[in-house]
Design a protein around this ligand. Structure first.
Ligand code: SAM
Length: 282
């Protein structure tokens, strides 16, 4: 009979967040497949767990899947862990889990912490619908293009970001979504210097800039979805035309851009189109 592949969540900082079932599973498995055996070794020794480890990371996963599958088929059970949080959530393990399913091996989650759900639970933003975008591309243009794709996303957006890019990422989010969009930064969650800040994108970017949110440690950014009522084209057009009735066109476009996160140039162009339409009709 085949063994079971357990997918085990581990803490993202506070070791007490390892669940009793995760601890038991790690202790009883025949093998632990770990992203970094030295890192996981520290967790195991903290809990006095002696189960042997096998390295499975992004660079070798393709090759070691066969070896681990053979173990599972032979009846040995494997606990898959990543460095922190839930495996496969912006972490390795997907190929192994898929291969296990394809070989009709039982896959069983041992759930626990993930930085994404920890952040969402503390963000104070709508959680009835959310999307997980993980890490945005590291390169500036690709990141901006991805953020642009999210401009009309109505669900709450969860992002992971590295300490080196968090300031640039927030600045790009302000440019695309507007400074007034509600958002949250979770820094060093569950750790000694944990910071949970709910505010607007503009003020979060300023807090990063002035150091009140230090660029140290690990970050999750959660951004409120766009407000469907404001961004439906009918409302934006109406808002533009109404404001352009009392303000210069470029000022109207600037205000609507700030309120909706739309690009000012695009709104100004749209206003000219709308005015052209109006002139044609009259
Ligand atoms: N699998 C993990 C999970 O379930 O959360 C995520 C792994 S991903 C490689 C690492 C990223 O998760 C970090 O760059 C950061 O964005 C986020 N993260 C992990 N631990 C965190 C913490 N304690 N506080 C804030 N963000 C954290």
């Amino acid at each position: 009979m085949s063994g079971t592949l357990f997918v085990v969540a581990t803490p993202i900082g506070n070791l007490e967040d390892l669940t009793p079932r995760a601890r038991q599973t790690l202790a009883q498995a025949d093998l632990i497949a770990a992203e970094d055996t030295r890192h996981t070794g520290r967790l195991l020794s903290h809990f006095g767990i002696k189960t042997p480890q096998f390295a499975l990371h992004d660079h070798n996963e393709e090759h070691v899947v066969e070896v681990l599958l053979a173990d599972l088929v032979a009846g040995r059970s494997i606990a898959l862990v990543s460095d922190a949080g839930t495996p496969l959530i912006s972490d390795p393990g997907y190929r192994l889990v898929r291969a296990a399913h394809e070989h009709r091996i039982t896959v069983s989650p041992v759930p626990g912490v993930s930085a994404a759900t920890a952040a969402l639970s503390a963000a104070g933003l709508a959680t009835n619908r959310y999307c997980f975008e993980g890490f945005l591309p590291a390169k500036k243009n690709a990141r901006r293009a991805r953020i642009d794709e999210l401009r009309h996303e109505q669900r709450t957006i969860v992002l992971y970001e590295s300490v080196h890019r968090v300031a640039d990422c927030l600045a790009d989010l302000v440019s695309a979504f507007g400074a007034e969009r509600a958002a949250f930064v979770g820094r060093e969650l569950t750790k000694l210097h944990e910071q949970c800040v709910h505010s607007t994108l503009g003020s979060l970017a300023a807090m990063i800039e002035n150091g009140s949110i230090p660029t140290k440690g690990e970050f999750v950014i959660v951004v409120a979805g766009s407000d469907a009522r404001l961004t439906s084209s009918l409302d934006v057009d109406r808002l533009l035309v109404e404001l352009a009735g009392v303000l210069p066109g470029n000022e109207a476009a600037k205000l609507v851009a700030r309120a909706t996160g739309e690009k000012r140039n695009a709104l100004y162009k749209r206003l000219l189109e709308l005015r052209g339409d109006a002139a044609d009709e009259s």
